[in-house]
Design a binder for this molecule. Structure first.
Ligand SMILES: *Cc1c(COP(=O)(O)O)cnc(C)c1O
Length: 396
């Protein structure tokens, strides 16, 4: 008999009833150190007092009004985001997937309005993840995501993950007079914490500029302070034309956004797009508090420092357990541990040791803790990971 919840997940048999900062407490009272943070969602940990306050204050006032009215909380968050980014304008969604849909629509509409309606092609990359809508799975293109769901949205070309000059030459060759955009995660999350070198991001920016192609960054996982900069692309000193964010921006409240330059957004006039819940007062009030906290340079400097601390600890973990781990990768608090056994085994051993991690592709274990994780919790997490690794070594 089919379970009452559609069985599309391989779920661990652990249920949490409470969260406190970087800790999750299960039904049986066990405490787990949370290095997954809802897959980069709980950017400020669980039950952050300022977010609880903001949410409950707004909940007493107004939850939802239609986007047929002016929404001051939405305007305030949009202003905040345009102040701290390249963007001139913002559309709010409830998820990363919805942000992907709009990013694609916006890019196509731009060229349509610019008198080049034939420019509909989008260059995307192998190993990418942009969400689960029919458009987003077509953008990712992997067999695992698209099998059985065809016919897929046409127009996507998939290239090798850009890491070298040769890959860059392939991108140059793939951009034609029918290409409208390139979509890329500056650091792949689901794909296994794969960082695009700054040189490649710069080259891609130049290439898009030369060919009139719009550059879309998917910063749903790597954005919102995760790398020690508010947005991951800032490390390369370049900006996209369109950017998707979600996950961390709501700190746990479902919220996403598409940020764009005035030019890239110029086709999106009244009536061309919408969302019932996107930009509701409750989500935007929480989002504004999150952005206020995350965009503080002192906060971001702390993320970078904690990231370096954690990375150092992970490097020694690799040195102590060479049979288990190969290397550390990532930026800030978006870290990956390349494993020798399947990362799912390490995740499982982590459950026994009381530490939560997330598996990704490319045999990588993801560590995406709350951005304000205390140093003491980082130390405890490393101890628990060490214990998990030791158990696996013993069992092997
Ligand atoms: C999670 C994720 C998405 C999809 O976001 P949802 O909120 O799950 O729809 C898109 N892109 C990236 C890079 C992600 O990590």
């Amino acid at each position: 008999m089919i379970p009452s919840v559609l069985p599309t997940y391989n779920r661990a048999p652990i249920a949490f009833v409470k969260g406190e900062g970087s800790w999750l407490i299960a039904e049986d009272g066990r405490r787990y150190l949370d290095l997954g943070a809802g897959i980069a969602v709980n950017a400020l940990g669980h039950a952050h007092p300022a977010l609880v306050q903001t949410l409950t204050d707004q909940a007493r006032k107004l939850w939802h009004v239609s986007n047929i009215y002016t929404i001051p909380e939405q305007e305030r968050l949009a202003r905040l985001l345009t102040e701290v980014s390249f963007a001139d304008t913002v559309f709010f969604t409830n998820s990363g997937t919805e942000a992907a849909e709009l990013a694609i629509k916006m890019a196509r509409k731009f060229h349509h309005e610019a008198g080049q309606p034939e420019r509909t092609g989008i260059v995307a990359f192998e190993g990418a993840f942009h969400g689960r809508s029919t458009g987003a799975i077509a953008a990712a293109g992997s067999e695992k995501m698209v099998k059985g769901f065809g016919p897929l949205m046409p127009g996507f070309t998939h290239l090798k993950w850009p890491a070298s000059d040769a890959d860059h030459a392939a991108i140059r060759a793939a951009i034609t007079d029918r290409t409208c955009a390139v979509i890329l995660e500056p650091i792949q999350g689901e794909g296994g914490i794969r960082v695009v070198p700054d040189q490649c991001l710069k080259g891609l920016r130049d290439l898009c500029g030369e060919t009139g192609t719009l550059l879309i960054f998917d910063e749903v996982q790597c954005g919102m302070g995760r790398t020690g900069r508010l947005f991951a692309h800032e490390w390369a000193g370049i900006t996209p034309d369109i950017m998707m964010v979600a996950k961390g921006i709501g700190g746990g409240f479902p919220l996403g956004a598409v940020l764009a330059t005035e030019r890239a957004a110029s086709g999106m006039t009244a009536g061309t797009h919408g969302s019932t819940y996107g930009g509701n007062p409750l989500g935007c009030a929480v989002g504004a508090k999150v952005v206020e906290i995350l965009s503080d340079p002192a906060f971001l400097a702390e993320v970078a420092r904690k990231g370096a601390l954690m990375r150092q600890g992970l490097e020694s973990l690799v040195a102590r357990h060479p049979q288990m781990f190969d290397s550390v990768r990532g930026e800030g608090l978006m870290l990956g541990l390349k494993c020798k056994p399947a990362p799912a085994e390490v995740v499982k051993a982590g459950y026994s040791a009381g530490v939560l991690t997330v598996a990704a592709a490319d045999n990588v274990l993801r560590l995406l803790p709350a951005l304000n994780i205390p140093d003491a919790d980082i130390a405890e997490a490393l101890t628990r990971l060490d214990k998990a690794a030791a158990t696996l070594v013993k069992a092997a």
